[in-house]
Design a protein around this ligand. Structure first.
Ligand SMILES: Cc1ncc(COP(=O)(O)O)c(C=O)c1O
Length: 403
């Protein structure tokens, strides 16, 4: 295994580009990640937005401004004052992002927090069944496990192998698994381990007319792809700010459709829907201002435009990985099922945790090691601040380590 410095790595980009199929460059601009807008360690190639996205300085500054304003007179500013008004406006901005009204949005700390609120807000009891998959993230399944333990709810899980791209087959398995006692279908919009874009509308449609609530875990979708909750038709949609939206860490939201609000009742909404007042309690006002600012920045970039560029980066990674004999790409090929995340399996003899550390320590590249229950794998997730050079450097590092 050859030990390359980062300079050598970047110097070898032309070679790596050839290996990656040398698709034409998307743009000639230098990496945004290395500008003063981002706080990354100099030289770091960050390919793990799927776990946490970076918060640019311009968003940071808006958070600090809101915080400074808040401290001028905490009580006055927090309860109905300017900081509160600004933070609460984020519900409207979430609405403009996912296509709903502010009255259908609850601001949360994270996806997990949003999923927990949705599950605990339902009237589920012993023998009620929740239908989900075996590839849900812990954050999308913790609440069901809690209800299983505390209230005797039963969880049914559809199996989805990491290289399963047969979405018709997946919909069929969902349909066959629905029973009389199924009260909830809970599923990810984009699968965390592989980036598979799920046939979410088709799965949600199965619930209609059957008195089944649908809860979508949008952790890998919001800000990564265009989300339209009305088109999806789900009852609830949970998502973070701190991944694909580049919002401050500790931000997220929960959509609950007007129609479902009689069946999903968050404690936070007992006294109304405003962020922070009454039953919601105090929350992080400045961070929510940051979430609003991040949504506006994402809309300015254009979610669809950023996605298109990002898919080209992702496809470059996909094609490049395919040429590395020792890895097995498990994500969907370029096409309608692909998203910005691409995952691959390492040979059994290579420990994914050690491989991740090597990528970070030797090459300054941040990848995600996927959970062992999904195989001995790694995941690359690029976003608007990444470049072809980042992808090519990762491909070259992976190939070098496995040679
Ligand atoms: C599908 C999915 N759900 C939930 C989570 C947890 O997100 P959060 O940290 O916002 O709770 C993740 C994180 O990677 C995820 O991929």
């Amino acid at each position: 295994m050859k030990n390359l410095s980062r300079r050598e790595m970047l110097g070898g980009i032309a070679g790596a580009a050839a290996m990656a199929g040398a698709a034409p460059l998307l743009d000639a601009r230098p990496s945004l990640a290395q500008t003063s807008e981002y706080g990354f360690t100099p030289g770091l190639i960050y390919l793990n937005t799927g776990s946490l996205g970076p918060t640019p300085r311009s968003i940071f500054e808006q958070v600090l401004k809101a915080w400074t304003d808040l401290e001028l007179n905490p009580v006055n500013k927090a309860y109905g004052g300017t900081t509160h008004v600004l933070a609460d406006k984020t519900r409207e901005l979430v609405g403009s992002l996912i296509g709903c009204s502010a009255d259908e949005v609850l601001l949360t700390r994270s996806t997990t927090n949003a999923m927990n609120i949705a599950g605990l807000g339902m009237d589920l009891g012993s023998g009620d069944r929740v239908l989900t998959t075996d590839v849900e993230h812990e954050g999308g399944s913790a609440v069901w496990k809690h209800l299983e333990k505390r209230r005797g709810v039963i969880i049914d899980r559809i199996a989805i192998a990491s290289d399963d791209h047969d979405v018709k087959g997946i919909v069929g398995r969902f349909e066959r698994a629905i029973g009389k006692e199924t009260k909830v279908i809970s599923v990810s919009h984009v699968i965390t381990s592989t980036g598979l874009r799920m046939p979410i509308q088709e799965i949600v449609a199965l619930a209609k007319g059957r008195n089944i609530l649908t809860v979508v875990d949008g952790a890998q979708a919001a800000g990564n792809t265009v989300v339209d909750v009305k088109k999806i038709g789900c009852d609830a949609y949970a998502a973070p700010g701190h991944k694909w939206l580049s919002a401050p860490k500790g931000t997220g939201f929960l959509y609950i459709s007007k129609d479902a609000q009689s069946k999903i009742q968050p404690v936070e909404w007992t006294d109304g829907k405003a962020f922070v007042l009454g039953s919601a309690g105090m929350g992080s006002l400045p961070l929510m201002v940051g979430l609003g600012a991040a949504i506006q920045a994402a809309q300015k970039r254009g979610i669809a435009a950023a996605e298109e560029r990002n898919l080209r980066l992702r496809n470059r990674a996909y094609e490049g990985l395919k040429k590395i004999a020792k890895v097995q790409v498990v994500s969907a090929p370029p096409g309608p099922l692909a998203t910005a995340l691409v995952a691959f399996r390492l040979p059994d003899a290579v420990d994914s945790s050690a491989f991740r550390s090597t990528m970070r320590e030797k090459y300054d590249i941040m990848l995600k090691q996927t959970e062992k229950r999904w195989g001995n794998g790694m995941r690359i997730s690029s976003h608007y601040f990444n470049t072809e050079a980042d992808i090519d450097a990762a491909l070259k590092a992976i190939a070098t380590e496995l040679s």
